[in-house]
Design a protein around this ligand. Structure first.
Ligand SMILES: *Cc1c(COP(=O)(O)O)cnc(C)c1O
Length: 393
């Protein structure tokens, strides 16, 4: 078999992390076990001492889970991966490795809601300081940096405004000041964006979204770039304990086999849907990285190999129009989450971001008519027809 580092992404998604097994099964088995036996007292001792390679206990490692970890690490071009029980477990674990009491974190203000809450209400209780900034504005990041800034946390494109951050510039800026850069690559996946190429130090993912792609698993992944980073992450995950079980790992590894095909389809369809929305009279604005009207269209073209499957748009009719549209869709599924084969639609101001309050929403540019769409792999004509009829009610 070809070495993974020689393969293109379309081949890597099929082959990476698939190792030869006892019976030469094409698809490696699910090791549904919590623990592994030792041949002898000496063997057990050598495994614990790290002198022998092998598995001890599934919180510390499991062959099915390792296959998935190696797969995502290969796709990102990183050293190794650490599968976590959810995207949030991955983010929590990664920040726990990089930060301690008295450190300062600079964080995108357009991040996944629970990430923001983790930083503001949980990490802050452990003495970690933070500043939320618009990370598409390099000057704002520079001004937010302090002597004790140890990490810059970025989501690009950000949620739900799809604001894009210039990773190369931010990495240079952070590294000059001794801070590491973490990127949440959930929206793009390694097929459309490879953050390590731009200097990023740690990547986190929600496997729940595009990577698994079938809306049937909750999971997360950390990928580290270099060998020397790995032991601290593995030790921390072992102690925090938020690991991914073998069956979920199997499902995600299976889902990834079609990742390149799916992302291509998501991009093609979302581009058509975005162009349709931009011309629609009920729509005030459309935010999609594949449209020239996107404020960071140039950076998107440089840093991403496709604009992705996520679209945000604003309805002229505000909250009422949003609610009406949500109640009128037929093919599109009214649900949060994203990245599955089915098109999902949601209305952040009355759903995911309702508890923020009107004022905070306004500050974060989450307007009353904002609709977020995760374009699936259905025939795009059907998706467009459904959106069209739902907006004419
Ligand atoms: C969903 C999501 C997360 C959290 O992942 P879970 O698997 O739900 O814990 C983090 N970041 C982004 C961008 C997400 O979309």
């Amino acid at each position: 078999m070809k070495e993974c580092n020689e393969m293109s992404p379309e081949s890597l998604v099929v082959h990476a992390g698939v190792e030869k097994n006892e019976h030469l099964a094409v698809v490696p088995p699910i090791y549904q076990t919590s623990t592994f036996s030792f041949d002898s007292a000496e063997h057990g001792a050598s495994l614990f001492a790290g002198e022998d390679k092998g598995f001890i206990y599934s919180r510390m490692g499991n062959p099915t889970v390792r296959g998935l970890e190696k797969c995502v690490a290969a796709l990102e071009g990183g050293y190794d991966g650490l599968a976590c029980g959810s995207g949030m477990a991955a983010i929590h674990t990664a920040l726990s490795v990089l930060l301690k009491a008295g450190d300062h974190l600079v964080c995108s203000d357009a991040v996944y809601g629970p990430t923001c809450t983790l930083v503001e209400t949980i990490l802050s209780r452990f003495g970690i300081e933070y500043t939320m900034v618009d990370t598409s504005n390099t000057t704002a990041i520079e001004e937010a940096m302090r002597p004790n800034t140890k990490a810059v946390y970025i989501e690009t494109p950000g949620n739900p405004t799809l604001v894009i951050c210039d990773l190369k510039t931010v990495c240079r800026l952070a590294h000059d000041r001794g801070a590491q850069v973490i990127v949440d690559n959930t929206f793009m996946t390694p097929v459309l964006q490879q953050p390590f190429r731009w200097g990023v130090d740690v990547i986190v993912h929600s496997l729940t979204k595009f990577l698994n792609g079938h809306a049937d698993v909750v999971g997360g992944m950390i990928v580290v770039k270099k060998e020397e980073q790995y032991p601290a992450f593995r030790k921390t995950l072992n102690q925090l304990g938020g690991v991914l079980p073998p069956f979920e790992s199997f499902l995600v590894h299976r889902g990834i086999k079609t990742l390149a095909l799916r992302m291509q389809r998501h991009c093609e369809s979302a581009q058509k849907v975005a162009e349709f929305l931009e011309k629609h009279s009920a729509v005030e604005w459309v935010r999609y990285p594949g449209l020239k009207s996107h404020p960071q269209y140039e950076i998107a073209g440089r840093q991403m190999t496709g604009p992705g499957g996520m679209i945000s748009f604003g309805l002229r009719g505000g909250l009422d129009a949003g609610r009406k549209m949500m109640n009128s869709v037929e093919l599109c599924c009214l649900a949060v989450s994203l990245g599955g084969v089915e098109t999902l639609i949601q209305h952040p101001p009355s759903m995911t971001h309702a508890t923020m309050g009107a004022e905070a929403r306004q500050r974060a540019n989450i307007t009353d008519g904002l609709v977020r769409l995760s374009v699936g792999i259905e025939n795009v004509r059907d998706v467009i027809a459904d959106l069209d009829q739902a907006m004419s009610h």
